[in-house]
Every structure is written in structure tokens, then in C-alpha cells.
Design a protein around this ligand. Structure first.
Ligand SMILES: [Zn+2]
Length: 348
């Protein structure tokens, strides 16, 4: 085992950073838990109390083995990871953590001072060559077995849609990261979950992100930059113009589309553009919605908002609303107004 990895690891049970390496296992002096080291990889998985979490772990081990044998997404590197690498930019001289690294396909390409790959599935980590210099840690993102505060850059790519409770990961980032830590996320954007319902794997994509639930999850962070990835060319561009065009003009175009050979010409090009992706991505994304979105986030200092003028005024307003709700002819409200978060995150 690369001893340097101990600088980053923490006990997933008690978050002690004092793990000791003793004969092919790590021992936590705080809570006495022991963790195996397999093929030089510390396996810092939590003890799962319920059966669902154990099923989740087994599911991802199977998915990893299947994916390594026959990639689940064809051309994943070309279609997604190349633009992610460009979005991340230079990380030279930085320490980089990749949460949910899979087989480190993009992490291998990054030039950094130190790179740590965390994944729940041991088979993925075993497939990363030890000579790549990437430190590998098997762990659950929700019980993150590394200290996020020790990294300059943290990448969370195609992970948040898979977690049972992403709040548990994001709250740790919020607690330990500084305003200088770059948090890079890559997620499917506003996707339909229908195709995952009867899929081969039980815990595939558990939620779909759009602006509200993403910003709610990362409410302690600001977006420094963001970019769309992989255009969705399912529908002809023409049909996205309804909102920006006078009705008569839009009607005319729709009629021309269906009643002339415009539909064949349009399809000919669109089919070719789909086939040749990621070529032309930069301009296609101006016309078609992106299937993915990347964000570069920074922690903000929170806690003083309620003392600002708007904060105080909103408290005054809320009190007024509560008082009017308590008036005799209005029934009292059951739910508190302080924390609408959990139910709106759409957990499944
Ligand atoms: Zn411990």
C-alpha cells in the first residue's frame, strides 16, 4: 500500500484521521474498527446496518465487473470525459480527489501533484494500474473515507444521480472544504428516469437534476462556471422555436417540415451529426439541449444572510404570514416552513 494515502484517509465510522497500517489492515485507534487492505487498496467501507445498503454495494460491484468486461456506455471517454477534462483545465501542482472514479479513465489523463481515486466498487479500483501513481481508496461517497479539506480539486462525475442520499456527501464537502477548493461536478441534466425503471441494475439513476434541486443540494456553494455537454439531437431543432416565433411563422415551418422533403434533408444531417459526436459539439450545444451539465463550485461563507436587510425583512414577513395563518378562521399549518428541503430533493 502507498503509505502516502494515509495522509488523506479517515475512518468512515468516526472520521479519525489517525488510521494505523498494521499487517495488511488499517486500524482506527479511536473506535477500534479495522479495515482490510486488498491489492494495496484500503477498503474503508462502512458497516451497513440495513439490507438495502448491502444490496446497493453488491449491485455496484457487479456493475463494475460487467462494465469492465463490456463498457455500459459506448465511447464514454470520447463523448463525456474529453469535455470534462477540458472543463477541469489545468490541475498541475494540485492534489485531486475523484469521488466515484470508476476505472479512472479521465483521472489518468490529468497531470496533478497527487491523485486519489475513491470508488465503492473494488473491481474498478483494482483495474487502475498502481504504477499510474493514483492512490486508490475503496469507500462509499456518503461515508467519505477521505478528508475533503486536504484537496485542492474534488471531482464528482456522474455520481450524484446514483447516491441513496447525496445530502450526506454534500454536507461533508460543505463542512470540510474551504472557499478555495474547486468542486467539479458532472451530471445528467433533466433526464427522464423511465429507462432505468426496469433496467438490469437495481440502483441506476435514482434522481434527475435540474436547476432547483441541484442548487438546493449545493445551497452552501456558488457556481463559478458551468457548461453543457453532449447535445440531445432526438428532436429536430425547428420544434424548439415555438416560444420564440410568432405562431403563423412557426405553423408555416411545421407545415413545410412535414409536407415537403425538408424532413428528409433535416434527418440526413441530424443523423450524421449524432453519429459523429462529439464532433461539432460546440455549435450543436447552442441549438440543442445538453444531456449533461458540468459545474465548477466554490463554498460560500454562510450564516450571515439572516442578518442582512433582506434576511430581516423576510423574517418579519414570515412572522406576519404565520400570525395571519393563526387567525381563528384559518386552520393551522401542519408542516414547518423552515425546512422544505428533504421532500423537494425527490429521494427514491
Ligand atoms: Zn474510527
Amino acid at each position: 500500500m502507498n503509505q502516502r494515502v494515509l495522509h488523506y484517509c479517515v475512518c468512515p465510522a468516526c472520521r479519525s484521521s489517525d488510521l494505523r497500517h498494521e499487517s495488511e489492515k488499517l486500524v482506527c485507534p479511536e473506535c477500534d474498527k479495522t479495515y482490510p487492505v486488498i491489492d494495496g487498496i484500503p477498503v474503508l467501507l462502512p458497516e451497513y446496518a440495513d439490507e438495502k445498503q448491502n444490496r446497493y454495494l453488491k449491485n455496484y460491484e457487479k456493475l463494475a465487473r460487467d462494465d469492465l468486461e463490456t463498457p455500459i456506455v459506448e465511447n464514454r471517454f470520447m463523448l463525456l470525459h474529453q469535455s470534462l477534462i477540458r472543463f477541469i483545465g489545468s490541475v498541475r501542482g494540485k492534489s485531486v480527489l475523484d469521488i466515484g472514479s470508476s476505472d479512472a479513465s479521465y483521472l489518468l489523463e490529468l497531470v496533478a501533484k497527487e491523485k486519489v481515486a475513491v470508488d465503492i466498487a473494488l473491481p474498478y479500483l483494482q483495474s487502475i494500474p498502481p504504477e499510474s501513481g493514483i492512490m486508490r481508496v475503496c469507500g462509499d461517497a456518503e461515508d467519505l473515507p477521505v478528508d475533503p479539506g486536504r484537496f485542492d480539486v474534488i471531482i464528482i462525475s456522474d455520481v450524484l444521480e446514483h447516491l441513496l442520499d447525496p445530502e450526506r456527501l454534500v454536507s461533508k464537502l460543505s463542512q470540510y472544504c474551504s472557499s478555495k477548493t474547486r468542486i467539479i461536478i458532472h451530471i445528467p441534466w433533466a433526464e427522464s428516469l423511465d429507462s432505468y425503471r426496469d433496467g438490469q441494475y437495481e440502483f441506476a439513476h435514482l434522481r434527475s437534476f435540474q436547476n432547483y434541486n441541484l442548487r438546493l443540494l449545493f445551497r452552501d456553494f456558488r457556481v463559478k462556471k458551468s457548461r453543457y455537454g453532449l447535445p440531445d439531437l432526438t428532436h429536430p431543432f425547428l420544434f424548439s422555436l415555438e416560444q420564440v416565433m410568432p405562431r403563423f411563422l412557426f405553423n408555416r415551418l411545421v407545415t413545410l417540415y412535414f409536407l415537403t422533403d425538408l424532413k428528409y434533408v433535416e434527418y440526413h444531417y441530424r443523423e450524421r451529426w449524432i453519429r459523429e459526436l462529439p464532433k461539432r459539439q460546440w455549435w450543436l450545444l447552442r441549438l440543442y439541449p445538453g444531456q449533461f451539465r458540468m459545474f465548477d463550485l466554490r463554498k460560500i461563507a454562510t450564516g450571515s444572510e439572516s442578518r442582512t436587510f433582506i434576511g430581516r425583512y423576510m423574517t418579519f414577513w414570515k412572522t406576519r404570514l404565520e400570525n395571519s395563518d393563526r387567525s381563528p378562521d384559518v386552520a393551522p399549518r401542519a408542516a414547518g416552513t423552515d425546512a422544505p428541503h428533504a421532500e423537494s430533493l425527490g429521494k427514491s
